[in-house]
Design a binder for this molecule. Structure first.
Ligand code: NDP
Length: 402
């Protein structure tokens, strides 16, 4: 059986514990046009009225402009390089960082590393050997709706059109006994992993190229149907009672359990993946996927687990279950799903066949891609049209989308 880090967390904690696309325009002229458009939208209102909303646009645009450091602007001015561009959330560590490297080096894309800490990401990119000029680091705190909106404004001012978004960032607090709240008052796992990404993707949908835009969600098998998903605490959205009540604790309105909160947020990612594909797949040619990257037993996701667990678990994965996947390989898998045409099948939740005992770093890249043709059992809730639409509508209301 597939045995992932997350599953073990479940066992340990027990039920109560735990083609050629559009041409690139020179970035400088583009930046000017974007700023001018935003700034002029108030003054050109034919009715002569200046709506409060448009005033806010001007203020937000100006604030965003000021926040972009001269260094960032310089880096971006140099990057009208014809590379496609991908936004990767949580690219400061683990799978996100490795995806950033694989996208910028192997796939030849430009990476926007959307992170909480600029200095942490800068250090990590340097340490991992990412080529300067192939990436831009930008501030994004998914646990704050205003930070998500600021990020989107800044991104537009950079004048670098995006082609893909990887929703990778996540928090998991397995030892918490009470919910942490985001600045907007949402339980943090759902607030960050689901609502932050939901707002980000919805704001950026129109920025993705028609017919060629990609969105990829990183999911976990422990939140899906099948054996892995049976390990308690089991994901369960109930009738969305807690979400309808403001998402202050659990989605189903039941007792708070931190690992369940994490898994529930991942079910929401699967729901959004399918809904987004349904809504914009045909109309905009958007390709939205989810994927389970494998068991990355050494990633910082386990930072809250006890030291003995973090020591033992990777060894267990390597020696006993033989399901261990190095971060680097997981990053390559994500990069494949983002960039490879054959994996761009909208609404698909990809996973790799468990090649137990194999040293993945020695498996040819092409073989890994072929092995991806194996579908995860999407959580039943994500297949339920009524629940999916209700999650979409409630989430829109919570993040302030019309
Ligand atoms: P990491 O903890 O290394 O990565 C999580 C990233 O999310 C970090 O870079 C973190 O930033 C970032 N992040 C957390 N909160 C926020 C926030 N509020 N705003 C912006 N960024 C934030 O773990 P992994 O690399 O293992 O996890 C990456 C993804 O893979 C997650 O979605 C996880 O659920 C998924 N996954 C992981 C598996 C595994 O075995 N590790 C298995 C299956 C899925 P910071 O550096 O500031 O903390």
């Amino acid at each position: 059986a597939v045995f992932c880090a997350d599953y073990a967390a479940g066992f340990v904690n027990g039920p109560t514990g735990f083609g050629l696309r559009r041409a690139r325009l020179p970035s400088v002229s583009q930046q000017k046009r974007v700023s001018r458009n935003v700034l002029m939208s108030a003054t050109l209102d034919p009715s002569g009225k200046t709506e409060p909303e448009t005033k806010m646009n001007i203020e937000e645009a100006w604030k965003s402009f000021l926040k972009v450091s001269p260094l960032t602007r310089k880096i971006n001015a140099q990057s009208s390089d014809g590379r496609k561009t991908v936004v990767i959330t949580g690219a400061s560590s683990g799978i996100g960082l490795q995806t950033a490297k694989a996208m910028s080096a192997d796939k030849g894309w430009h990476v926007i590393m959307a992170v909480r800490s600029y200095s942490k990401a800068a250090r990590a990119a340097e340490e991992i050997g990412m080529e300067p000029g192939t990436y831009t680091i930008m501030n994004l705190d998914l646990a704050s709706l205003s930070s998500v909106r600021d990020f989107v404004n800044q991104l537009r001012l950079l004048g670098r059109p995006i082609d893909a978004i990887v929703c990778n960032a996540a928090v998991w607090y397995p030892r918490d006994t009470a919910p942490r709240l985001t600045v907007d008052g949402f339980e943090e796992a759902v607030g960050t992993n689901h609502l932050g990404h939901f707002l980000l993707c919805n704001l950026l949908l129109g920025d993705l190229p028609e017919g060629d835009g990609r969105v990829v969600f990183i999911g976990t098998e422990t939140a899906n149907d099948g054996l892995a998903g049976l390990i308690p605490p089991v994901a369960d959205l109930g009738k969305l009672e807690g979400m309808a009540a403001g998402m202050k604790s659990t989605i189903d309105g039941g007792k708070f359990e931190p690992t369940k909160a994490y898994k529930d947020s991942k079910v929401c990612n699967a729901i959004v993946m399918r809904e987004m594909n349904k809504r914009y797949g045909k109309s905009r040619g958007l390709i939205v996927n989810a994927m389970f990257p494998g068991c990355i037993a050494e990633s910082p996701l386990f930072r809250q687990k006890r030291a003995w667990f973090r020591w033992l678990f990777p060894k267990f994965q390597k020696a006993i279950t033989k399901q261990f996947v190095p971060e680097e390989v997981a990053g390559q898998r994500v990069a494949n799903v983002v960039a490879d045409e054959e994996l761009g099948v909208g609404g698909t939740y990809w996973k790799w066949n468990a090649q137990a005992g194999k040293d993945f770093t020695r498996v040819a890249f092409d073989q890994q891609k072929q092995a991806a043709a194996n579908l995860v059992k999407i959580p039943a809730e994500a297949l339920d049209e009524m629940i999916s639409e209700a999650v979409w509508d409630l989430s829109s209301a919570l993040v302030g989308l019309g």
